[in-house]
Design a protein around this ligand. Structure first.
Ligand SMILES: CC(C)(COP(=O)(O)OP(=O)(O)OC[C@H]1O[C@@H](n2cnc3c(N)ncnc32)[C@H](O)[C@@H]1OP(=O)(O)O)[C@@H](O)C(=O)NCCC(=O)NCCS
Length: 323
C-alpha cells in the first residue's frame, strides 16, 4: 500500500488584527475575561471584499514561493465553512485558477474538524492509488458568520488559510493512523441560508445567519471526544502518548487543551498553541499550528505528530503522522 506524507506547508494570515481591547470598546467584555476563559489575545479578520477563493490563492502563492510545483496535483480538497457560492465549490474555483486539468476538486463540510477529515480523505485517496498529489486547503472567512453584537461568539473566531500538499511516500514516513467520528447535534449551528431555514428578510432580522453555540455544552462534549479520539488513534497505531513528539489539537479554547493534556498526561510544552495569536480559525487551526511548528524547525524527520479536532456537526477525529 502507498503511504501518504505531507510534502509542503504554507499559511496565509489576513493583515487586519483585532485585540481583545478592541472588543471591550464595543461589547460588555474585557481582555481579562477573554484571556482567562479562552486563551485568546488577538485574531485576524479578512478584508471586507476578500473572498474565500482570494484567501486560497494567497496561501497557494506562499506555497509556490517555496519552489513547490503544483502542475502534478490531481486532487484538491477544501475544508471550509465559508464557501464563495452554494455552487460551484470553492475547490473547483481554485482548480480553475490553477489551470489544472487532470484533477478533481471537492469542498468538505466538517467545520473545525475539516483539516483532519481532509488530510484523512487525501491519505485514503493516495493509499488506494486514486491520487498521487493532493492539496488540502483549509480556508475560513468565519468572521462573516459572526454576530459582532454577541459577546459569547464574536470574541472567539478569526480568519486564515493554510495549505498542505500530500504526496505518495517513498519510505516509512506518512500517515499511520486515522480516526473520524460524528454525531448530529444543533448545539453549534449556523441555522439559515440552506433549505431548512432559507434566507429571508425575517430570518436575517432574527440573526439566523449567524453562528449559534451553546458554549458550555459544546465544551463538555469536546473534552470527552478529544480524549476518546486520541485513545482510539493511539490504539490503532499501537502507540502511547509517550511516542508522540508533538501534539496539535484544534484551537478553540485553551481550557479544552489544558484539560486534554492533563487527562492524557501529555506534556503541555509539547503542544503547539497558536490560539492566543489567531483565535479559533475553524478548519484552518491545526494546519496553521503545524505549518508554524514545521517552519520554525520544531518538527524533525521520524517524529510522530498527532492532530486531534472537534467541531460542529458534531464532528471529531485525529491523524497520526510519522514525519
Ligand atoms: C464559548 C466559551 C468560551 C464560553 O465560556 P464559558 O466559561 O463556558 O462561559 P458560559 O458560556 O458558561 O458563560 C458564563 C458567563 O459569561 C458570560 N460571557 C459570555 N461571553 C462573554 C464575554 N465575551 N465577556 C464577558 N462575559 C461573557 C455569559 O453571558 C455568562 O454570563 P451569566 O453567567 O451571567 O449568564 C466556552 O464555553 C467554549 O470555549 N466552548 C467550547 C467551544 C468549542 O469547543 N467549540 C467547538 C469548535 S468551534
Amino acid at each position: 500500500m502507498n503511504k501518504a506524507y505531507i510534502k509542503a506547508l504554507a499559511n496565509y494570515i489576513p493583515e487586519k488584527m483585532m485585540t481583545n481591547e478592541d472588543f471591550a470598546a464595543t461589547l460588555e467584555t474585557s481582555n481579562e475575561w477573554i484571556l482567562t476563559r479562552t486563551g485568546i489575545e488577538q485574531r485576524h479578520i479578512a478584508a471586507e471584499d476578500e473572498t474565500t477563493l482570494d484567501m486560497g490563492m494567497k496561501v497557494l502563492e506562499n506555497l509556490k514561493k517555496q519552489g513547490i510545483n503544483l502542475d502534478d496535483v490531481d486532487g484538491i480538497i477544501v475544508p471550509t465553512t465559508t464557501k464563495d457560492y452554494p455552487t460551484p465549490s470553492t475547490s473547483a474555483l481554485i482548480q480553475n485558477a490553477l489551470g489544472l486539468k487532470n484533477c478533481f476538486s471537492l469542498d468538505l463540510s466538517a467545520a473545525c474538524s475539516g483539516y483532519v477529515y481532509s488530510i484523512n480523505t487525501a491519505t485514503a485517496l493516495i493509499e488506494s492509488g486514486v491520487c498521487t498529489n493532493v492539496l488540502v486547503i483549509a480556508i475560513e472567512k468565519i468572521t462573516k458568520d459572526v454576530n459582532w453584537n454577541d459577546r459569547s461568539t464574536a470574541i472567539l473566531f478569526g480568519d486564515a488559510a493554510t495549505v498542505a500538499l500530500l504526496s505518495k511516500s517513498n519510505d516509512d514516513s506518512g500517515v499511520i493512523a486515522m480516526d473520524m467520528q460524528s454525531r448530529a447535534s444543533d448545539i453549534l449551528i449556523v441555522p439559515s441560508s440552506g433549505t431548512a431555514i432559507p434566507i429571508s428578510v425575517q430570518n436575517i432580522e432574527d440573526g439566523k445567519h449567524f453562528i449559534h453555540m451553546e458554549g458550555s455544552e459544546t465544551f463538555k462534549i469536546a473534552v470527552t471526544e478529544f480524549c476518546n479520539s486520541i485513545e482510539k488513534t493511539l490504539k490503532e497505531a499501537n502507540m502511547s502518548m509517550d511516542d508522540i513528539s508533538c501534539f496539535i489539537p484544534h484551537q478553540a479554547n485553551i481550557r479544552i487543551i489544558q484539560y486534554v493534556a492533563k487527562k492524557t498526561g501529555f506534556p503541555y510544552d509539547k503542544i503547539e498553541i497558536i490560539l492566543n495569536k489567531y483565535g479559533n480559525t475553524s478548519s484552518a487551526s491545526i494546519g496553521l499550528a503545524l505549518t508554524e511548528a514545521y517552519h520554525s524547525g520544531k518538527i524533525k524527520k521520524g517524529d510522530n505528530i498527532l492532530f486531534t479536532a472537534f467541531g460542529a456537526g458534531l464532528t471529531w477525529g485525529s491523524t497520526l503522522i510519522r514525519w
